[in-house]
Design a protein around this ligand. Sequence first.
Ligand code: GN1
Ligand code: CA
Ligand code: CA
Length: 242
Amino acid sequence: MGGFCLPSVLLILFTIGMSSAHSCKPHQMVCPFGWESWGGSCYKLLEERMTWHEGRLKCQEMGGEMVAPSSLEENNYLLSKTSYRAWVNCNDLENEGQWDCTSDNGGYRNWNADEPNGGTSENCVEILSLTGWDGKWNDGPCSNEYHIICKGEEVVATKAKLKQWRLLASCLTGHTLREIPTSNVRACATVCHYDPRCRSFNVLRFGTGERICQLNNSTRYETDHTQFVKSEKPFTCIYGER
Ligand code: GN1
Ligand code: CA
Ligand code: CA
């Protein structure tokens, strides 16, 4: 969740003394189209293999940075995105043996046994998904061509136009990609719009007023009718498709 709410702050300044409170809703944050959301950041595996320097430049051109993981969890997430080898944004080009990574890497290292071992002929870091490596790191020659994974920040979502969606008082069950808390149907439609895998969504509203947004990887046309269920208590359901 992010975003400043300057207009509301000004509004509050101008309405001091009035009893009504102006709430300031946080912006809906999403990953840019084609990027995958993980742990509050966005990731993209580039289609072409390239050298360490080419990869670093390409990620910057796309508004992100070539990734250097900062935890085993993130390292494992990156491992799940390559079945080969991917460059990590660390190098010892400036001072041999002194590894420089991105500022958000936090000093995390995942060297394989006996690595780094390449001296001045291996100055760039790769994560390996080959047998026996299991996501461990190697120092290798920067000119080799490997997978590139870029990391970027979530962006403020442009609100979806609800007119573009057909809304029905039902739920599509059994096709949930992921679910998130939501404040309203439009916010859920917005998240679905930005996730390339999302084909439709459900907004479940519970008796407590709490709402859950479920992104579906399918639509009601592609499933048997028993999976498209009419809204019933204890919660109401809104289904949306384009
Ligand atoms: C590779 O090809 P070889 O075995 O000499 C790798 C080194 C690793 C080593 C680990 C170009 O070296 O960086 O340390 O395996 N070389 C390249 O066994 O990737
Ligand atoms: Ca080196
Ligand atoms: Ca090495």
